[in-house]
Design a protein around this ligand. Structure first.
Ligand SMILES: NC(=O)c1ccc[n+]([C@@H]2O[C@H](COP(=O)([O-])OP(=O)(O)OC[C@H]3O[C@@H](n4cnc5c(N)ncnc54)[C@H](O)[C@@H]3O)[C@@H](O)[C@H]2O)c1
Length: 258
């Protein structure tokens, strides 16, 4: 995995209007990025963050391929290239199979198709240059499931799989791919999810997560794990899957009884 230094780079962050995305924009600006493009479906928030970091705001709905294509085209036209594309926008739908079709479909569109649309548009240019970096914000839920949110966990697992596929297919051709997989992060999403202290207890600040991303990109690991315990849980799942499932059943009972 090719190390990437943020200094002097052209960076795009989707979902950049608040939460982890806004912190990523600030961290890339602090790290000396040449340009930070703040892309969000909420134009007002995108503008506020862009103003703060001296970047550019773009209104984008990442579930629309034309929007993602235009974001990438406009950035390349203005800046010559995209060095780092952070596909970060996300939404949280809880529940299980009873969740609405709309919740399932929107989760799929935001968490999976947005990465597919971005890769379609940005990869040819990165492959031609023989360099570039795609960072997908997944979640620990992509590695470890989520006891209260099937649409979220299932689509995050699919996102992780797609990013792995990109790394497998294009890593040797100079394209660096990474998957950011945090547990709880103190953002509006966590506050709205209503998981109580289940994820709140060990939650990190979004700025801590963003710093972790900048540091991790200087290294060579695909997985970016701001919560080190996630690695341990992932190993446990791989080592004894049934035992891990029993532990998750216990956790679900505790969370549901709250
Ligand atoms: N907060 C957590 O605990 C946590 C943990 C693990 C992973 N994540 C992931 O981190 C990412 C960022 O989450 P956050 O906590 O900062 O959430 P957030 O809700 O605070 O911010 C998400 C941003 O994405 C934007 N967005 C949503 N749908 C969009 C769309 N269709 N097009 C463009 N922008 C859109 C929103 O307007 C918002 O500004 C998500 O992918 C989320 O799944 C969050």
């Amino acid at each position: 995995m090719r190390p990437v230094d943020a200094s002097g780079r052209v960076v795009v962050v989707t979902g950049g209007g608040r939460g982890i995305g806004a912190s990523l924009c600030r961290a890339f600006a602090r790290a000396g990025a040449a340009a930070v493009v703040v892309a969000d479906v909420d134009e007002v928030r995108a503008h506020a963050v862009a103003e703060e970091v001296g970047g550019t705001a773009v209104a984008v709905d990442v579930t629309r391929e034309a929007d993602v294509h235009d974001l990438i085209r406009q950035t390349v036209d203005a800046r010559g290239a995209i060095d780092i594309y952070c596909s970060n926008a996300g939404i949280a739908f809880g529940g299980g199979p009873e969740a609405s079709d709309e919740a399932w479909q929107t989760s799929w569109d935001v968490h999976v198709m947005a990465h597919v649309y971005a890769a379609r548009a940005v990869l040819p240019m990165m492959l031609e240059r023989g360099e570039g970096c795609i960072v997908g914000t997944v979640s620990a839920a992509g590695l470890l499931n989520h006891v209260a949110a099937a649409p979220y966990a299932v689509t995050k697992a699919a996102a992780l799989s797609f990013l792995e596929w990109l790394a497998i297919s294009y890593g040797a051709r100079g394209v660096r791919v990474s998957a950011l997989c945090p547990q709880g992060v103190r953002t509006p999403m966590l506050a709205q999810a209503g998981d109580g202290d289940f994820l709140d207890a060990g939650a990190l600040e979004p700025d801590q997560v963003a710093t972790c991303v900048i540091d991790a990109l200087r290294g060579d690991q695909f997985l970016i794990l701001p919560h080190p315990e996630v690695h341990e849980y992932f190993v446990r799942r791989a080592t004894d899957h049934d035992r891990w499932l029993r532990g998750m059943q216990r956790l679900r009972r505790q969370v549901m009884e709250r």
